[in-house]
Ligand binder design. Sequence first.
Ligand SMILES: C[S@@+](CC[C@H](N)C(=O)[O-])C[C@H]1O[C@@H](n2cnc3c(N)ncnc32)[C@H](O)[C@@H]1O
Length: 272
Amino acid sequence: MRNEDIAEAFNRSGASYESSARDLINLAASELVQRLNLEPNDTLVDLGCGPGSVIAHAAPALTRGSAIGVDLSRVQLEQARERFRRSALQPRFIQEDAAATGLRSRSADAASLGLVLPYPDRPLRLLKEATRLVRLGGRVAATVIGSPFFGSAGMTLLGQMERRGVARPEIELQFDPREAVRLALLSEIEDLRLDEVAIEEIEREFWWEDFADWWAMLDAFGFLPTDRERLLEAIARELKEDERVVDPDGQVRCAVKIWLLSATVCEGDPWL
Ligand SMILES: C[S@@+](CC[C@H](N)C(=O)[O-])C[C@H]1O[C@@H](n2cnc3c(N)ncnc32)[C@H](O)[C@@H]1O
């Protein structure tokens, strides 16, 4: 997805991004922060910070430390600034491309990428930037909503889109662990690389009260193409009646897979 489109999608979602999947976002953020091994004095850079969910989870560990959030979306950054208005931790929020920040190399102790990697056309650039920003021995961690995309409900949606020729939004919805390993191995930059790479899978069931809430979540995450409204309405009408999507009680339950990549920054050639 182009940067302008990412910014537009998340400006449009505004506060509904976080409220549409609060439990999922909190689980991913909390697991991510645990892999960063933060110390009280540390500096955390959160790339694609959105409304600041990852930094909020890291804040209790950063009692004397600092945090910087980077995002393309002005509206998400407003949400993030508002969230920390009265908090002890006063993060700096910057509107920039997380693949090319103006931040100094090796200036952070840890970098996080929470549910961000599938959005840009070249996710490797984001992981490289995270590697560049972290000091030797520091940590980098990333989460991705993986395949199968939102369990049976999500896969039924993708099947429908395919059948009706609706091009998916340019987001990688079928992210798998092999792709995460590939990115980690290629993330060498300025003599820094990722080592001790771990890929973990977390699977949890999440549910939405009704079909409209689930659909609104997909929209808020930018998972629905924006230029095929009539076709999407037809798909939504059909999915609403599909028992692979909606349970008899009207709820949508999805087994969601979250891939968690974590690594330590070290020096040298990854292939030696
Ligand atoms: C799904 S949200 C995740 C937000 C937050 N990290 C979380 O865990 O809830 C993705 C965020 O990444 C941002 N984003 C995507 N690509 C980006 C890029 N290249 N540079 C900066 N922000 C980016 C979007 O604007 C959006 O706010």
